[in-house]
Design a protein around this ligand. Structure first.
Ligand SMILES: Cc1cc2nc3c(=O)[nH]c(=O)nc-3n(C[C@H](O)[C@H](O)[C@H](O)COP(=O)(O)O)c2cc1C
Length: 192
């Protein structure tokens, strides 16, 4: 029997009709039977403040760190806001990057994507996101950049309907799953 692989999904958009959250849900519904993707909302993560970090970190941050630590890999979707990743996501990654040298994301396989109504698909935000993940020393999944342009026309009823975008993304998720399967277990998961 194949052990269950747990992937954590993080959306950089808090919007109810978010394309990124819809894309993450689309992936969750199309995974092999032994793979589970669970979304973790970033709504209640406060702005990063080093004074509040450490043993008495905010409850929402403790929960987010625990969710990453319990996962075998992470799938991140970020909107492009003014040529960068969303502040919501950057803020969450800043919390997740600490304690320095002991981040749950260190050594954790991560795949990321961006999407945008523009034909550029949020490629500038994607580049910036990858740079931040490098700083945190997450394990970058080797796959061509997943940027989904003209996303508004590709989402319908909360699902990514565009076949070629969906196939490209799901191939990337396949690469994430392979990377996870080849990664060593650390405690009870690959990201703990
Ligand atoms: C503050 C703000 C800045 C934005 N800047 C950009 C941008 O630089 N490039 C771009 O392609 N789209 C930009 N957009 C459009 C977003 O890509 C679009 O709203 C997208 O659908 C957000 O993702 P979501 O559907 O998951 O919420 C911006 C939107 C907002 C609200």
């Amino acid at each position: 029997m194949t052990a269950t692989i747990n992937i954590l999904g993080l959306s950089g958009s808090l919007r109810r009709q978010s394309a990124h959250t819809a894309i993450l849900r689309t992936v969750a519904e199309r995974l092999p039977g032994h793979v589970r993707l669970t979304l973790h909302g970033l709504d209640s993560i406060p702005p990063y403040n080093e004074d509040d970090d450490g043993a008495h970190a905010p409850q929402a941050v403790i929960a987010l760190r625990a969710a990453v630590a319990a996962a075998d890999g992470v799938l991140i979707g970020s909107p492009e806001y003014n040529h960068g990743m969303s502040g919501v996501l950057k803020n969450a990654l800043d919390w997740l990057s600490r304690p320095h040298g002991k981040s749950a994301l260190l050594g954790c396989p991560v795949l990321s994507f961006t999407a945008s109504p523009a034909f550029t698909g949020g490629v500038r935000a994607h580049q910036q996101l990858n740079e931040t993940l490098r700083a945190i020393q997450a394990v970058h999944v080797v796959y061509p950049q997943i940027v989904i342009g003209n996303v508004t026309s590709k989402i319908d009823q909360g699902q990514l309907r565009d076949e070629s975008a969906r196939a490209f993304l799901l191939d990337g998720v396949g690469a994430l799953i392979t990377q996870i399967a080849n990664a060593p277990m650390r405690g009870r998961s690959r990201c703990s």
